[in-house]
Design a protein. Structure first.
Length: 364
């Protein structure tokens, strides 16, 4: 059964405003079939984008070439971009610089079939009024699923129990009297796409959920059914699990430092599926080395970790190699959303998940 991607609060209003202010027709007459070009790593068009996805694109426009562009500087790229009105991107899509866009005078829509789009767009995109969409909401689903699984496993003491089974003398912060998911307090840093999905999926459990997010209103928190904590230190001090879901922007770099980690209660678990830059790595390593808390890390600094890195040897640390996001079969969900954005654009409907210049300071 396909999972529905929950819209973020306010997304529909943003979509209407963005479309009213930036929608571009590029001179295309109503009913004219737009030229569509793919830009991504070769092979993704047959993996993430299935034949069914390509057929859906052909149903609403002229897919100029099934083979994607990986380099915008080639003669073939210039020929395709010169005709393109819609560009569908994925991993490996080159940056849309002013020079690239000068070769794409008719471009109306850039539908990005992956998470953060900030590395693909430049000021030239906004200056041209090109509509930009992202599949970050779809990528959030597997990250949220990973997080929920790890929260439940951490509270149950599964990962630490495994280490004790391997080595009964291992110094792991496991208090058997506090094992379980009843009455535990889970704190989330960030009510992002991922954060909101984690809240939604943890709601059926006998857990207490709290969130810190300066952009989240009390009304929105109430609608999500989560306690809004106004101070990050206060959140850290009262949780059994702290899970990080904030974007990597200037204001969030190092937001989890020595003070925040020291406030975590003994035996607490820290989970990071966001970005390593949000955490003071040296402070985290020091806390984990002491054995006072545990950590589940899908992102690390450096990434990947050297095979002899200390974090890979500590019994209270569980490291995965950046696997929480969409992978394998999950990539088709991202393509679903990108193709839907193309279909909506051709039909004259506003995008479901638009990205504007103002959003770049708030997205991962």
């Amino acid at each position: 059964m396909k999972q529905r991607i929950s819209p973020v609060a306010g997304c529909e209003d943003v979509a209407v405003v963005a479309t009213a202010g930036t929608a571009v027709t590029g001179g295309r007459r109503q009913g004219e079939r737009p030229a569509i070009v793919l830009a991504m790593l070769e092979g993704l068009e047959g993996h993430a984008f299935t034949p069914e996805h390509l057929d859906r694109l052909r149903a609403v426009g002229d897919l100029l070439d099934d083979a994607p562009l990986e380099d915008f500087s080639t003669e073939r790229a210039r020929e395709l971009l010169g005709r393109a009105r819609i560009l569908v991107g994925h991993w490996g899509c080159p940056t849309l610089t002013a020079e690239v866009l000068s070769a794409a005078p008719h471009l109306e829509l850039f539908a990005y079939a992956a998470g953060t789009v900030k590395w693909q767009v430049t000021d030239a995109v906004w200056e041209r009024g090109i509509v930009v969409t992202s599949a970050a909401a779809a990528n959030a689903v597997p990250v949220a699923e990973y997080t929920v699984a790890m929260v439940l496993l951490a509270n149950k003491g599964v990962l630490l129990s495994r280490e004790l089974q391997r080595d009964p003398s291992a110094g792991v912060p496991l208090d058997h009297a506090r094992v379980g998911n009843v009455g535990k307090r889970v704190g989330l840093v960030g009510a992002s796409h991922v954060g909101r999905l984690v809240i939604e999926r943890l709601a059926p459990y006998d857990l207490s959920l709290a969130v810190y997010d300066p952009y989240l209103s009390a009304a929105d928190a109430a609608a999500l059914g989560v306690e809004l904590v106004a101070d990050l230190d206060e959140l850290c001090a009262g949780v059994d699990v702290l899970s990080l879901h904030a974007p990597d922007v200037e204001a969030t770099k190092g937001m989890i430092g020595a003070r925040q980690l020291s406030l975590l209660r003994d035996g607490a678990t820290f989970i990071n599926t966001a970005r390593p830059a949000l955490v003071d790595t040296r402070a985290l390593e020091a806390e984990l080395r002491s054995g006072r808390i545990a950590a589940i890390l899908d992102v690390t600094d450096p990434e990947p970790l050297p095979v002899d890195h200390e974090l890979l040897r500590l019994p209270n640390v569980f490291v995965t190699p950046h696997v929480a996001g969409a992978a394998g079969t999950e990539l088709t969900r991202l393509a679903d959303l990108a193709v839907e954005e193309v279909e909506r654009h051709v039909a004259g409907l506003p995008p479901r998940y638009p990205v504007t210049a103002a959003d770049l300071d708030r997205i991962a």
